[in-house]
Design a protein around this ligand. Structure first.
Ligand code: GZL
Length: 328
């Protein structure tokens, strides 16, 4: 007959073991650590709005697999409330590290404080947040969107050097409130303000999607008597706009010059065909660096507050030369 005392001793022993095993991986931090000692990374992705996003998701998923990281991946379908929910789930699941691409810049302090209080480090990827408290995240890996906007503006200024006629520009903005939309707009405006011939006659969001880019360009074409240039905050909106321009019987890249950002395959193809005149690259291939940063953060190593991604620009001739080898 098993004594009550023996049963109580066994049960309390099991309880202690269970509690200890839930306390963290090899360095005893707060994260759960995968059952097999793998780093567990919770990632909240914006959605699947563009070719860039699809390539970014692929890079993260493939890099996690090759780095032996257990990835818990959540697609927010473009909604901040879904990202906040996902981050809270990751906290409940006691993942080792949380990473996310914030769909918009504002409204993150509360949930980031919850992660900090749970002692779970956070990494920002791709897009920034406007939190004043930079202790809420360990590092931000992504592009300089203001510089991307400036590069777009500098090409336009050079392309119209010596000309004096007014240049009417329409702008397809990214998602309202998103860092790339805010910053690409600011960088571009900052450069073209130097010459009064440049005038942004219409600027509206195309939500970074091809469909919305086409619809908004249709309204621009109906409303504007003369459009010389389209500046689209990403390739996908530019590609949608090309459909609208061609449907209106105009030649994209010739009747209306087009500048976009990203340099995804479809954009680079249109560039090589002369339908787009200039593309500013924004690399989505953040996966390998993210996995490296996550491992360092979990191990308690110091990481840079800001990790800038390397990127360049392309003309049609340059696109033709590299198109075959492009990874996304
Ligand atoms: C930029 C990224 C943007 C891309 C768009 O880093 O956040 O979101 O430029 C994507 O194509 O939708």
């Amino acid at each position: 007959m098993v004594s009550k005392r023996w049963t109580a001793a066994v049960l309390s022993g099991l309880l202690i073991t269970a509690t200890l095993s839930g306390c963290g991986g090899d360095d005893g931090d707060s994260g759960s650590g995968g059952g097999d000692g793998k780093l567990v990374l919770g990632f909240s992705q914006v959605g699947a709005e563009s070719g860039w996003r699809t390539a970014n998701t692929k890079s993260i998923q493939e890099s996690a697999a090759s780095a032996g990281v257990e990835l818990k991946f959540s697609d927010a379908q473009g909604k901040q409330e879904n990202q906040i929910k996902a981050i809270r789930n990751f906290i409940t699941q006691r993942v080792d590290v949380i990473a996310f691409s914030p769909v918009v810049e504002s409204g993150w302090d509360t949930v980031l404080k919850e992660a900090k209080d749970a002692n779970i480090p956070v990494i920002l990827t791709d897009r920034a947040v406007d939190s004043q408290d930079t202790s809420l995240y360990k590092t931000f890996i992504g592009s300089d969107f203001v510089l991307e906007g400036k590069k777009a503006g500098e090409w336009l200024v050079k392309d119209y050097e010596g000309k004096t006629d007014p240049v009417n520009i329409v702008e397809l903005q990214g998602t309202p409130g998103a860092a790339p939309a805010n910053d690409r707009k600011a960088g571009f405006a900052d450069v073209i303000k130097a010459d009064p011939k440049f005038k942004v006659v219409a600027s509206q969001t195309g939500q970074f999607t091809r469909t919305d880019g086409k619809q908004v360009m249709e309204t621009f074409l109906k409303a504007q008597p003369k459009i010389d240039v389209l500046y689209a905050h990403n390739d996908d909106m530019g590609l949608g706009a090309i459909e609208a321009i061609e449907a209106a019987g105009k030649k994209p890249g010739t009747d209306i010059k087009i500048i976009t950002v990203d340099a995804v395959k479809d954009g680079m193809t249109a560039l090589s065909e002369g339908k787009i005149n200039y593309i500013v690259e924004c690399s989505p291939l953040l996966g390998p660096q993210l996995m490296d940063l996550a491992k360092k953060v979990k191990a308690g190593e110091t990481v840079p507050q800001r990790v800038l991604t390397e990127e360049t620009t392309f003309t049609p001739e340059q696109a033709k030369a590299v198109l075959a080898e492009r990874k996304y």
